[in-house]
Write a protein that binds this ligand. Sequence first.
Ligand code: OFO
Length: 169
Amino acid sequence: MISKTIEKALNTQINAEFWSAYLYLAMSADMAHKNYKGMANWYRVQHQEELDHAYMMMDYLIRRGGKVVLEPIANVPSEWATPQQALAETLQHEQKVTQLINNLYATAESEKDYATRQMLNWYVAEQVEEEDSVQDLVDTLMRIGDDPTGIYKFDLEQAKRTYTPASKG
Ligand code: OFO
C-alpha cells in the first residue's frame, strides 16, 4: 500500500509527464507547419516517449494499490519562431522536469518508500539522457548558426529518429 503523500506526488508527476507530451506534440505540429519535417518527427517521437513516462508511472501507482487521478492538462504554447527557439525551451523544460523528479525522489526518501525510490531511479537516469541529447542538438544548431544549408541538413538528420517504447529501451 502506498501513502497518500506519495500517491498525490505521483499523480502530480503523471500530470507533468502528460503536459510534457502535450508540449512536444504542439512543437511537432508547429515545426511541421513551418516545414521542418525532421524536427516535426523528432518532437513526435519525444511526445511518444513522454506518454510512456506517464503510463509507466500510472502502472506503478496501480500496482502499489494507489488511485490514479487524471487532472486536466494545462494549455501549451503553439508557436516557436525557429527550431533553435523550440530546442532552447525544450532544454529548459527538461531541466525543470529533472528538478521535479529529484523532489519526488526526496519525498520518497522522507516517506521511507523505498519501492518508489527504486522505481524513480529509471526516471533519474532518463533525465540525464534527456538533458544530454537536447543539449547536443542545441550546441549543434549554435555551430550551424544562420547557415541555411546547415539547418537543412540538421533537419534531415532529425527525420531519422525512431520511437522505441520505454519498456524496450
Ligand atoms: Fe518525461 O522526461 Fe521529458 O519531460
